[in-house]
Design a protein around this ligand. Structure first.
Ligand code: HEC
Ligand code: HEC
Ligand code: HEC
Ligand code: HEC
Ligand code: HEC
Length: 202
């Protein structure tokens, strides 16, 4: 997975600088409650809620790598070339396609670049979008529901660790869970702990 390491050097330098500068681990919340206006009025409550369009229809990249991605205007037109064609917001989508100028969606959730986060590492291990993003399918305008602080990440990682060890052991031994784990045993085959600094800072 080359993307994982692409900007490793630069991140490591930034992280060293941050660590040196900040002895206080009083980590700041990063924008909880942030809910900016968007250039096109788009409602998750309508699309993911009422119409029940699955999240991966538009955010399919979340299962494949670091970023969940924002859908291209063409994805809107899969439907809006047929339905609600004359809405003023859809006119903006058509304009974007005509000019080739992408819609400038305002980014809401963002990690500092000395932190490594990966959607697929979570989504493919059964962590639901809503666990971190709240009930997006009820939101007219997306709001950041979680603090995205280091404490928030680490708290869940501490709780998730035993299950992660178990999952890795079962995969490594290639045998059913009951055989890999006779009562009272817990083999530690996973190299890192989910709370090691290097999991999120490398
Ligand atoms: C029909 C397409 C579509 C579907 C389905 C959809 N989204 Fe989105 N999503 C978007 C678009 C467009 C944006 C950017 C505009 C915005 O923030 O509302 C977005 C933004 C977001 C954001 C904020 C991104 C940021 O900037 O930080 C989150 C979180 C999100 N979606 C989660 C979800 C979840 C969870 C679901 C399923 C419950 C879902 N989305 C379903 C199109 C979609
Ligand atoms: C899978 C089909 C589908 C996709 C993809 C889709 N829409 Fe829609 N959208 C609909 C339908 C159906 C309605 C009508 C909902 C209603 O009124 O009951 C709608 C309604 C709307 C409306 C009307 C106002 C509102 O919120 O009810 C806007 C604006 C809109 N969509 C924008 C978008 C944008 C922007 C995208 C791309 C990010 C998008 N849609 C993607 C099916 C879709
Ligand atoms: C473990 C917590 C967690 C889970 C689970 C999660 N996200 Fe995120 N999401 C984040 C964080 C943290 C960011 C900011 C990432 C960054 O800046 O690199 C983010 C950013 C986003 C963004 C902004 C743009 C991008 O490409 O990253 C979208 C859209 C999004 N998430 C949608 C989803 C959807 C849809 C799901 C479920 C399929 C999901 N997320 C599951 C934590 C999570
Ligand atoms: C599960 C992920 C995770 C782990 C493990 C983790 N961090 Fe972090 N760290 C973060 C996130 C996310 C941020 C940015 C948000 C914030 O500042 O709270 C951060 C921020 C920081 C900062 C900057 C603080 C600030 O206020 O800006 C330092 C320094 C730091 N981490 C050091 C460490 C050290 C040392 C360890 C190991 C003991 C560690 N981290 C383990 C996720 C993690
Ligand atoms: C709700 C729980 C939860 C939250 C919140 C969460 N994580 Fe995770 N994280 C997990 C689980 C579960 C795994 C998968 C563990 C496994 O391999 O079984 C994981 C895996 C990871 C991995 C891959 C680790 C590896 O060695 O494979 C990274 C990197 C990571 N998380 C970073 C973060 C960062 C950064 C944040 C905060 C922005 C965060 N996580 C927030 C539960 C969470």
């Amino acid at each position: 997975m080359p993307h994982k390491y692409a900007s490793r050097g630069r991140r490591a330098i930034r992280f060293a600088a941050a660590s040196a500068a900040l002895f206080s681990l009083a980590c700041e919340p990063t924008n909880k409650g942030y809910s900016p206006n968007q250039p096109v009025v788009y409602s998750h409550a309508v699309h993911a809620g009422a119409l029940k369009i699955p999240c991966p229809y538009c955010h399919y990249a979340a299962e494949r790598g670091r970023h969940a991605g924002i859908p291209a205007a063409q994805i809107c037109m899969n439907c809006h070339s047929q339905v609600v064609k004359d809405h003023p917001e859809i006119a903006k989508v058509k304009e974007s396609l005509k000019t080739g100028r992408p819609i400038e969606w305002v980014r809401i959730h963002r990690m500092p670049d000395f932190v490594y986060f990966d959607h697929s590492a979570h989504v493919n291990k059964g962590v639901a979008c809503q666990t971190c993003h709240g009930p997006v399918e009820t939101m007219g305008r997306v709001t950041q529901e979680s603090p995205l602080t280091m404490g928030w990440c680490v708290e869940c990682h501490r709780k998730s660790w035993p299950k992660a060890v178990e999952r890795a052991a079962v995969a490594a031994l290639n045998m059913p869970k009951e055989e890999a784990f006779p009562p009272g045993t817990a083999p530690m085959t996973r190299a890192n702990r989910l709370t090691d600094c290097a999991v999120c800072h490398h």
